[in-house]
Design a protein around this ligand. Structure first.
Ligand code: GLV
Ligand code: MN
Ligand code: MN
Length: 416
């Protein structure tokens, strides 16, 4: 028997308008966004989201990590809520959709249920997780990680940005530190809609990715210590060039990742060179090696080979070094029931779909440890993300959000 809401669809124009309005906050320098976590701009984005949630009749919860929980009541006071959501923070040169689509797609599904006067047995909660990006304060997915019990809150509060500011102080400063105990909430299920951030869906011509797994990640921060000295007058044999040591390590990172092709990747996106002056040989470099694979044994092998390479290179060159693991999570297998709800929704709605492994980390990767979880992905142009030129079409956003709506409503159970 067809469900009473079998044909319901979200309002694509309203979703798109909200995405564009949010993108006005924390504009980047090339058409994207710089709305980094717990900045004034993040505070402004949160206030806009909170205003929209209130207008949609939802109540707002705020926990001690600044995670926002906008709730639409269900008809059964004892039923656990179905959660949806993602993050509103961006990279320093981020796009308009990474994370934002999952939060505003969640809001749009609530607005649609309101328009159609559809009630669900389970409440639905739309979440904005704090500091997903991990760019200002490592690691990524910091607050969903605390929520899932992977990090302590004290450790998270003490994380420092490049200026030595602490995460906890900055969260309090922007006024979005709540009283609710982090991680106390119980979830019936959680769904995260996200752009793919890779090229597969576009190449395959599919509307929707049904995310079955997420690849694991390892972040090792490496500090190499040499000696600051004049670039012109220090003889080549007398140099202790930390920058050169890093260059040799990065060649090894490429080689190590390629040795596990095609399912492993490695790079350093964070590099600080000291003193960063044109005519001083760098006496210190600090960089973070990002290694990823869907296979835990491969990640462990790459970590061990990285450690050996740093030791060998630095010992040979007479440089000092330190290594610290600053982030990581094991490969993820999403919940079969939630994954089926996503696949069934795409099927019923007539959207073409395929299974995907997420290449990026997501809040869903941590929440999967404490609740049944799945993800939905939509294509993005040329697979480009973490770039201000990140782009999606309105049709792709609509397909993903329609699937989110149907998967959530099926799980939250329509009351006839
Ligand atoms: C999170 O955005 C990650 O995959 O690094
Ligand atoms: Mn994201
Ligand atoms: Mn991101």
């Amino acid at each position: 028997m067809a469900s009473p809401a079998a044909n319901m669809k979200i309002d694509g124009d309203r979703l798109w308008d909200s995405l564009m309005e949010m993108a006005q906050i924390g504009p980047g320098i090339a058409g994207g966004n710089n709305r980094q976590t717990v900045t004034d701009e993040d505070g402004e984005g949160r206030a806009l989201f909170a205003k929209w949630c209130k207008a949609a009749g939802m109540s707002m919860g705020l926990d001690t990590m600044g995670n926002m929980f906008a709730r639409r009541e269900g008809t059964d006071p004892d039923a656990l809520p179905v959660y949806v959501g993602s993050h509103l923070d961006t990279q320093p040169t981020g796009g308009k959709y990474d994370g934002v689509l999952g939060v505003l797609g969640g809001l749009e599904l609530i607005r649609t249920l309101n328009d159609l006067d559809i009630k669900t047995k389970h409440p639905i909660v739309v979440t904005n997780w704090t500091n997903e990006e991990g760019t200002r304060f490592a690691p990524a997915m910091l607050s969903s990680g605390v929520f899932a019990g992977m990090h302590t809150q004290d450790w998270a509060y003490a994380r420092e940005d490049a200026d030595g500011k602490k995460f906890g102080d900055e969260l309090a400063r922007i006024g979005w530190q709540g009283d609710e105990e982090v991680g106390a909430r119980k979830m019936h299920a959680m769904f995260e809609l996200h752009i793919e951030q890779g090229p597969i869906l576009e190449i395959e011509g599919k509307d929707v990715g049904v995310v079955t797994h997420g690849q694991g990640l390892s972040w090792t921060q490496v500090t190499i210590l040499g000696k600051d000295s004049h670039t012109g007058s220090t003889p080549m044999p007398m140099r202790k060039n930390a920058g050169l040591g890093m260059a040799r390590v990065l060649e090894k990172v490429e080689e190590i990742a390629l040795s596990h092709a095609p399912h492993a990747v490695g790079a350093a996106g964070h590099i600080d060179v000291f003193p960063n002056s044109r005519n001083v040989i760098p006496g210190k470099v600090v960089f973070t090696v990002d290694l990823r694979s869907p296979d835990l044994a491969v990640i462990e092998d790459m970590e061990a080979r990285l450690a050996a390479a740093v030791k060998e290179i630095c010992d040979t060159m007479g440089l000092g070094y330190e290594m610290e693991k600053v982030g990581g999570f094991d490969p993820v297998t999403f919940d079969e029931g939630c994954v089926s709800a996503v696949r069934n929704a795409a099927e019923r709605l007539g959207y073409s779909h395929m299974n995907l492994i997420s290449g990026a980390g997501h809040d869903a990767c941590w929440i999967n440890r404490v609740a049944p979880t799945a993800m939905i992905m939509c294509p993005c142009v040329d697979g480009l993300s973490h770039n201000e030129a990140e782009e999606i079409s309105k049709e792709w956003a609509v397909a993903g959000t329609d699937v989110l709506l149907h998967a959530v409503v099926e799980t939250a159970e329509i009351v006839k």
